[in-house]
Design a protein. Structure first.
Ligand code: CA
Length: 220
């Protein structure tokens, strides 16, 4: 899962980036509106955390611009405390959720998790696809009811596939949502993680769709 944080206050941006990183997300940070706009329009994000007071282009204008360009990723807006008019304008502009500053970092993580899940069409924090269960809040996985221990990267791969249960996910897309930096990306390693996941979860757990990518089939 890939998150864009658009926040001009360096310490807060750093705090958000490290907490989201610890929670298993791949994080990009933009320190002003123009940079945020560039990244949002050129990369694919599962969720955006957007401050409203930003240099160069303000958050509301950004949100407006994205929605008009047809970008539908969930956006969590950060507003100044007590600024109810910002909140209203944010929701009007297409924000999916908002949080007033100052906030507890755990709350940001929980909201981000819920937005990603809802965008994927899941109402509960437990995703089920066939025999697999993934508890996104506790980062736990089980196959046929038996808990399975996964490494951080294996979990990211499985989590992305399960959030898109029933859809074929290409290798490039998967790679993009697992690694933060382009230099880390190597399509071979995705194959390695898929092979390890199959060993742990069962050979049939993840299907290869030749030439297209991977798919986890939904419960039938
Ligand atoms: Ca700001």
């Amino acid at each position: 899962m890939r998150v864009l944080v658009v926040e001009d206050e360096p310490r807060l941006a750093e705090h958000l980036a490290s907490a989201l990183g610890d929670a298993g997300y791949v994080v990009d940070v933009a320190a002003d509106g123009a940079r945020g706009d560039f990244l949002a329009q050129t990369e694919r994000y599962d969720v955006v955390v957007l401050d409203l007071g930003l240099p160069r282009i303000d958050g509301l204008s950004l949100l407006d611009r994205w929605r008009q360009a047809g970008l539908a990723m969930p956006v969590l807006v950060l507003t100044a405390r007590g600024s109810w008019h910002e909140k209203v304008r944010g929701i009007d502009a297409g924000a999916d959720d908002y949080l007033a500053k100052p906030f507890h970092i755990e709350e940001v993580i929980a909201r981000v998790r819920a937005l990603v899940r809802r965008a994927a069409g899941h109402a509960s924090s437990e995703l089920r696809c066939g025999p697999l269960t993934l508890d996104v809040a506790r980062a736990r996985v089980s196959a046929h009811g038996v808990p399975v221990a996964l490494t951080a990267h294996e979990f990211r791969v499985l989590s992305y596939l399960m959030h898109h249960c029933g859809r074929v996910v290409g290798q490039a897309e998967l790679t993009e949502h697992i690694y933060a930096q382009a230099f880390e990306r190597d399509s071979n390693t995705v194959e390695v993680f898929i092979a390890r996941l199959r060993r742990k979860l069962g050979a049939e757990s993840i299907k290869t769709v030749r030439g297209l990518g991977y798919c986890i089939e939904p419960t039938r």
